[in-house]
Design a protein around this ligand. Structure first.
Ligand code: C5P
Length: 401
């Protein structure tokens, strides 16, 4: 199933109304779509449903106090406002709508809404005459003008015994509308597995063979893929880089460990991108003790490391497999040869060595090839190059479907 809310952070604002009981189901629906959910409640909402219910369903503490020293030490109202990708108010009572329209900030709920630049949506729920009242109409129009999405209300039997417009939309419908807001995410719902950085092949307990790969390209791809809505697992050799937000990172050292980690996770991925500079040969045997310098010369016997990318691309149910080719010359030719030899869906080639070297720098330029096509990504930051490469991958995935 496509999970259009993967990686999305939904802050659900529950305000005081009988429909608050439906918001418990809404939390489940949002989570089913892949969202991370936090709940904030107005004091009136806590009279209808216990915060414990939302805490259990969301898996996160519920926020309701503006000046709670404990909450401020953890996630205070400004952090909460920054955390959210979407603030979803459901049910939105007549009073909460009025307070939002007037920019109030005297409780946690209104203060967070005022302090956030997240996408905002509300599902109103109230008695039909309260909904029809010109004061409510004006408040809703004002908020819609300021960018709030207003979903519903629906018509039908009301808890107050009347019939008419004022019912909160069903949780399934609200969750689907929330997902639609983010459907533009280039890789919404896709699962990406990315390798990055160098590997280290032990010679003895203190020495190793390795290379200068910084891991920057793989980490930039992981970050950009996560913000394009993908669920990303990053398998990294030893690098000095922080884990990008919303990315699951697995640290490995040697090529053998990287291969094991990839094979453990490859069945759960739609796209595999191998940016790692895997060391091609490892010592046939790592010495158990530090090698002493008694001899004038020292010979090392090296054996080939497994080609992780080729192995993945050859799987019966291989993911869309993307390789990188670092070449010193005749870049296009060698890249195309590698595309065929490893049976890849795409290869991104860059020049290494000389002034244009991609290793360790913050910039990169790529020539990208796939069976029957190619594209160039001109020199810019690795983040911008990563975004453009992900666009090409998304395009090829769409064409394949
Ligand atoms: O054959 P070559 O090493 O030039 O291929 C580079 C591509 O293959 C990169 O995508 C790299 O991550 C991947 N690779 C691999 N395992 C290896 C060697 C390379 O996954 N042992």
């Amino acid at each position: 199933m496509q999970q259009q809310l993967t990686n999305r952070r939904v802050l659900l604002g529950v305000t005081g109304g009988i429909a608050a009981y439906k918001s418990a189901e809404l939390v489940r629906r949002l989570k089913e779509l892949g969202a991370e959910v936090r709940v904030m409640m107005t004091p009136a909402a806590t009279e209808f449903v216990s915060p414990l219910t939302f805490q259990a369903l969301s898996g996160n503490p519920v926020h309701s106090q503006l000046l709670d020293p404990q909450a401020e030490a953890g996630m205070g109202h400004i952090e909460l406002a920054r955390w959210a990708d979407l603030i979803l108010v459901a049910p939105a009572s007549a009073d909460s709508i009025a307070r939002l329209a007037h920019g109030r900030a005297d409780d946690l709920f209104t203060a967070v809404c005022l302090a956030s630049d997240a996408v905002r949506a509300m599902a109103p729920a109230m008695n039909r005459l309260m909904w029809a009242n010109p004061a409510t109409r004006d408040n809703v129009a004002l908020l819609a003008d300021r960018g709030w999405a207003v979903w519903g209300p629906g018509e039908g039997d009301q808890a107050c015994g009347e019939i008419g417009p004022g019912r909160m939309l069903e949780p399934l419908d609200i969750a689907a509308r929330a997902a639609q807001l983010f459907e533009t995410g280039l890789l919404a719902g896709q699962r990406l597995l990315i390798t990055a950085g160098p590997t280290r092949e032990a010679l003895d307990p203190v020495r190793f063979l390795s290379n200068h790969s910084s891991g920057k390209m793989g980490f930039a791809l992981a970050r950009e893929a996560a913000s394009a809505g993908a669920r990303v697992t990053l398998i990294s050799g030893p690098v000095h880089l922080p884990t990008p937000d919303r990315v699951t990172r697995i640290d490995v050292v040697s090529a053998a460990e990287m291969r094991d980690a990839v094979l453990d996770h490859v069945r759960d991925c739609d796209v595999f991108i191998a940016t790692a500079a895997v060391v091609d040969y490892r010592p046939a045997q790592a010495a158990a003790h530090k090698i002493k310098k008694h001899q004038e010369t020292l010979s090392l016997e090296l054996v080939r490391n497994p080609d992780i990318l080729a192995e993945v691309a050859a799987l019966a149910e291989a993911p869309f497999s993307v390789g990188f080719a670092a070449e010193t010359d005749d870049v296009a030719h060698y890249a195309k040869v590698k595309l065929n030899a490893k049976n890849l869906n795409m290869i991104a080639a860059n020049r290494v060595g000389g002034v244009d070297s991609a290793f360790d720098g913050d910039d990169n330029a790529l020539q990208v090839f796939w069976p029957g096509g190619d594209a160039s990504i001109s020199r810019s930051s690795k983040h911008s190059v990563a975004r453009q490469l992900l666009e090409l991958i998304a395009q090829r995935l769409r064409d394949r479907d």
